[in-house]
Ligand binder design. Structure first.
Ligand code: G3H
Ligand code: 13P
Ligand code: ZN
Length: 340
């Protein structure tokens, strides 16, 4: 089956009350890990690449790896999504490269750092929706700003500042009506990377209530949670046991994500947990086999460790078991649907 528009998966997830993990990739092993988990759990798949991933791996390599994933697994619907497009041009180049879904993150200006005005956000999102929908490509937008900057993306807001940039539920209604985006990423106090919270988050820093309010106002809008790695202690412990030095840190508990899924969250972005799993597995091999130098010796366990994390998330988010039950529509079908 060809790569499919993301809207199909999100509509199906909404109809059956589950969420779909969106996992970041930069190389072949990460794509393989996601596919291994998807095959084992019969899950639909969203693979996403940031701008950094596209330049690291090169669009041509990425496109062919994704085509290989689709050819080898025809029973699994697979979406290829641009994560955090910083401008319409980035989204358009992704579409030219065969991405079936794009995020126009107009919550920040083109530098990917400065919080943008509402008007700027509406304008760039409208530009992307117009062109993407004509081709059947799905568009995710973002309103409100995530905290943190450690991975190079984000406004660099401290925990307190981030709380001042949460998504406003009233504005969300206006924004979705003005842009006709397919999915809306919301800011609820999370940030990218491993250092989200200094202790297990409570409702005063992780504002799940904001999602509930938005869902009440916009029951048909597919919501997206970014910065949704759970940063499991077990993964940090493995890294530290084998020579790493990561301080105590907390992510978004899986049960809070499950609460979000009950209130309209259909896409959940996870990158850091997979990075942690890969790093721990590689450190373990190097520590136990200091003589190792065949990359397969450490990339294979790294790929397996990532597949285990992805599998656990697919099961927890409820997407497991659905891959072969989703009615597939092509980009052309979707283009007709948007303009019909
Ligand atoms: O946007 C955040 C993702 O974790 C991607 O990170 O920009 O380092 O590829 P990246
Ligand atoms: P994490 O850093 O929590 O995995 O978030 C990833 C993300 O939101 C990618 O867009
Ligand atoms: Zn993100």
């Amino acid at each position: 089956m060809p790569l499919v528009p993301m809207r199909i998966l999100l509509d199906h997830a909404a109809e059956h009350d589950y969420g779909v993990g969106a996992f970041n990739v930069n190389n072949m092993e990460q794509i393989q890990a996601i596919m291994m988990a998807a095959v084992e759990t019969n899950s639909p798949v969203i693979v996403q690449a940031s701008r950094g991933a596209r330049s690291y791996s090169n669009d041509n390599y990425l496109r062919h790896l994704m085509i290989a994933a689709a050819e080898l697994n025809p029973q699994i619907p697979i979406v290829m999504h641009q994560d955090h497009g910083n401008s319409p041009a980035t989204c358009f180049s992704a579409i030219e490269q065969g991405f079936t879904s794009v995020m126009m993150d107009g919550s920040l200006e083109e530098d990917g750092k400065t919080p943008a005005s509402y008007e700027y956000n509406v304008d760039v999102t409208q530009q992307v929706v117009k062109k993407a929908h004509a081709l059947g490509v799905t568009v995710e937008a973002e309103l409100g700003c995530l905290g943190g900057i450690e991975d190079g993306h984000g406004a660099g807001l401290s925990g307190e500042e981030a709380l001042a940039h949460l998504t406003d539920p009233d504005e969300a209604g206006e924004f979705v009506a003005a842009t006709d985006c397919d999915a809306l990423a919301v800011a609820i106090g999370t940030s990218h990377g491993a250092y989200k919270f200094k202790k297990k988050p409570t409702g005063d820093v992780l504002k799940m209530g904001v999602i509930e309010k938005i869902h009440e106002k916009l029951p048909n809008c597919h919501l997206v949670m970014h910065g949704s790695s759970s940063v499991p202690k077990e993964l940090i412990d493995i890294i530290n046991e084998y020579g790493g030095e990561m301080p105590e840190t907390y992510g978004v508990p899986v049960e809070q994500i499950q609460r979000g899924i009950k209130h309209g969250v259909r896409k959940i972005n996870v990158d850091t947990d997979n990075r942690l799993a890969i790093t721990g597995a590689i450190r373990k091999v190097f520590s136990e086999h200091p003589d190792a130098f065949d990359p397969r010796k450490y990339l294979k366990p790294a790929r397996e460790a990532m597949a285990e994390v992805v599998k656990a998330r697919m099961i927890a988010f409820g997407q497991a078991g659905w891959a072969d039950k989703i009615e597939i529509h092509t980009l052309e079908d979707m283009a007709r649907r948007y303009h019909g």
